[in-house]
Design a protein around this ligand. Structure first.
Ligand code: CA
Length: 530
């Protein structure tokens, strides 16, 4: 076949139809690729391992016992950190459920996979990294929250076994414990390999039951890859009944940037001060006039308890089957969640509480217990990393890079900055289009399409992002350098365009008439000449 092709090419070279032949060969190559399985070259020196990827929803970076939380108990996550590697500088490149999940599963930035909201259908032609594992002989399973492409739960490419639910699902089948209506909540039960099966109990327990059942069926003939994707801890947080009230006497210590006015508002963007009185601000959170931030946070922590407990059940099963030492277990959050930082709730912004996530890896055979790896890693790196664990190289279309060698304690050249992006949605009009770069020390945030100020934070001296350094004379060089780096990273990844998706889904533009008014410009914007 190949020889015949060369013959055709040789003949064609001499003719005027050369260009047309090249075109048709291109089509042929595409056709062959589509008909074949997804393949990439193997990497040297990696024996394919069993892999479990546990994804939590909206789990912020500091809501873990070992990370210094004042009261939250997470013994299983603590065990993972003790016995494995913790990446304290792990980020998502877009802090929103569907775009971040799409970045995880495709290895691409949102500007390339083009999933920029929670409502529009998935674009055609996306390639999910488990497809490569499947082609390489893995048994693969997806169990839990998919939540990409709107309210769908049908099986997606790359998975031999499928258990999911529509949109946000529900914590309990009867909806108890919920205090408000959440967009895209669904009560249709599970799609188990194409069959509708009712939800029986508390979602975090039940998804783990499905996971344990599938793991129990694996007989060692093939390596396995399991994704367990929790609904928890997405809002509206509902703890398991057994955990309700555990922290009722505890208090959220309000973040330094919660203060309304004074020094805290100095040089802060106008949009940020305006968002305080919106659905995602503490003055009018979820447009509820009686919103209680403390009660909300306590429920968040209580809801996390079942996630941690169920992680423990996975550990127990692997231990019993003598697989704990050799299996790579990964724990990650799909984005963070603000509880009063900068006067905000929820996510989407480039602030730490929103874009920074828990990230742990456990595999005692090759990862040293208690490793703390401070390099900046991101959701786009998950696909490349887990493919390397499976002995496979990174497909050319992926933007992320494998940090498997970093996890194992090897020194490899690594990136200086993570690129962040968020595209404005009509549904939640209070958060603008954002681009940012985040390194181990500095974060630069650039807003697009509005008359406002950018931000620069020194996270070494100011981890809480209290002081915007953007106007400080001694930082102008850093601002210029990071602005240049931002555009280099965008250009290198074909990101020099803004994704526009059709308006779809509910909109939440409301402000409370009696709470904080519109923000003024920073003083640097005023002057009587150019
Ligand atoms: Ca999320």
């Amino acid at each position: 076949m190949v020889r015949r092709m060369f013959l055709v090419i040789r003949l064609a070279k001499r003719s005027a139809v050369w260009a047309a032949v090249v075109g048709s060969l291109g089509l042929l190559a595409q056709g062959v690729g589509a008909a074949n399985k997804r393949t990439v070259p193997r990497v040297a020196g990696e024996t394919p391992r069993n892999i479990i990827f546990v994804l939590a929803d909206d789990h912020r970076f500091d809501a873990m016992g070992f990370a210094g939380h004042p009261f939250l108990e997470t013994p299983s996550l603590d065990r993972m950190a003790r016995g494995g590697a913790w990446f304290p500088n792990a980020f998502v490149t877009t802090s929103l459920c569907s775009p971040s999940r799409a970045s995880i599963v495709t290895g691409q930035y949102a500007h390339n996979h083009k999933v920029v909201d929670n409502y529009n259908p998935l674009p055609e032609g996306l390639i999910f990294f488990p497809e490569y594992m499947q082609a390489a002989g893995y048994e693969t399973a997806f169990i839990g929250k998919w939540h990409m492409g709107g309210n769908v739960d049908h099986a997606q490419p790359g998975y031999n076994h499928w258990v999911s639910f529509k949109g946000q699902g529900t914590y309990w089948p009867d909806g108890h414990g919920t205090s408000r209506k959440v967009p895209q909540n669904s009560y249709d039960g599970f799609n188990v390999n194409g069959k509708r099966v009712p939800q029986k109990g508390y979602i975090t327990d039940e998804l783990t039951n499905y996971a344990l059942e599938w793991l129990g069926d694996q007989n060692g003939d093939k390596p396995f890859f399991l994704t367990l994707s929790h609904k928890a801890v997405h809002a509206d947080f509902v703890p398991a009944d057994r955990h309700k009230g555990r922290y009722k006497n505890k208090k959220l210590s309000l973040p330094k940037t919660f203060a309304k006015g004074g020094k805290n508002f100095r040089n802060k963007p106008r949009w940020l001060r305006d968002q305080r009185n919106s659905r995602h601000g503490t003055d009018f959170a979820y447009n509820l006039s009686d919103f209680d931030l403390n009660a909300y946070y306590i429920r968040y922590c209580e809801t996390l308890l079942a996630v941690d407990e169920n992680l423990g059940r996975l550990f127990d099963l692997l231990e019993k089957r003598d697989l704990l030492k050799s299996t790579v277990i990964v724990y990650m959050g799909d984005n963070g969640f603000q509880f009063g930082e900068q006067g905000l709730i929820d996510k989407r912004t480039a602030y730490e509480a929103s874009m920074r996530v828990p990230f742990l890896m456990h595999c005692p055979e090759v990862i040293n217990g208690g490793s703390v790896i401070k390099k900046v890693i991101a959701n786009i790196d998950v696909g490349p990393t887990l493919l390397e664990v499976a002995g496979l190289s990174t497909p050319g279309h992926m933007d992320g890079r494998s940090f498997w060698q970093l996890a194992k304690g090897n020194d490899i050249p690594w990136r200086d900055f993570v690129l962040y992006e968020y595209f404005w949605e009509r549904n939640y009009p209070h958060t603008p289009t954002i681009h940012a770069v985040r390194g181990e020390r500095f974060k630069y945030i650039r807003y697009h399409g509005l008359w406002d100020t950018n931000e620069l934070y020194d996270l070494q001296t100011d981890p809480d992002e209290t002081t915007n350094l953007i106007f400080e004379p001694e930082h102008q060089e850093t601002v210029a350098k990071l602005n240049k780096r931002l555009f280099e990273l965008l250009a290198k990844s074909s990101g020099m365009n803004l994704r526009l998706a059709p308006d779809r889904g509910p909109t939440f533009p409301k402000r409370h008439p009696e709470r904080s008014g519109p923000a003024d410009f920073p003083k640097q914007f005023y002057g009587t000449s150019e």
